[in-house]
Design a protein. Structure first.
Length: 196
């Protein structure tokens, strides 16, 4: 089976390929198809945004298309920043801007439990869409730790390892990540429904 992956991020493509490639799935990137366009993510949930992206690319190519949407959900903030994780401090916000706003909003807050959430959507057609979710539980630190990663990684403590995501090697992070868990669930769903 050939799938178009709605990303040009080589790290994401590598991680997806590592999990789905062993099942006989061949991944095709938009770059390989000579495609480039932006999809407006107007959904209110990760599942809606992932589905919007997967369907847009499916319609454009006629190929089964895999897309994801992910973000950070903080319990004390009612699940924020959630689907607005990348633009928490505004549309032109940097990672540093988003992190600063998160820390300000959690000043003096004791309950700092949070999770990274990823939803994978695989669109075969508008009527045939599979979605899976992966989560990674953690705690928001009071200040950044580590130099690796991106986004909120330096503030997200993984209790099992005692490290922030920014203190982990890419391999350590990927082994625990919400994206990996969503991909593993998708692989299992494809197997259980006889698609692979």
């Amino acid at each position: 089976m050939k799938l178009l992956v709605a990303t040009s991020n080589p790290g994401k493509i590598r991680e997806i390929s590592e999990i789905l490639g062993s099942c006989g799935i061949t991944l095709v990137s938009p770059d390989e198809k000579g495609l480039a366009f932006d999809v407006e993510e107007g959904g209110t949930t990760f599942a809606e945004n992932a589905t919007i992206k997967a369907l847009a690319w499916n319609r454009a190519t006629g190929m089964p298309c895999l897309a994801d949407d992910s973000g950070l959900c903080v319990d004390a903030l009612g699940g924020a920043p959630g689907v607005f994780s990348a633009r928490y401090a505004g549309h032109a916000a940097t990672d540093a801007d988003n992190n600063s706003l998160l820390l300000r909003n959690l000043e003096g807050v004791e309950d700092r439990t949070a999770r990274f959430v990823c939803v994978m959507a695989l669109a075969f057609s508008p009527e045939d869409i599979l979605t899976t979710t992966g989560q990674c539980e953690g705690v928001i630190l009071t200040g950044p730790r580590g130099e690796q990663g991106f986004g909120y990684d330096s503030l997200f403590l993984d209790p099992g390892s005692g490290k922030s995501f920014a203190q982990m090697t890419p391999e350590e992070k990927n082994a625990r990540s919400h994206r990996r868990r969503a991909l593993m669930a998708l692989r299992d769903l494809l197997k259980s429904t006889g698609r692979i």
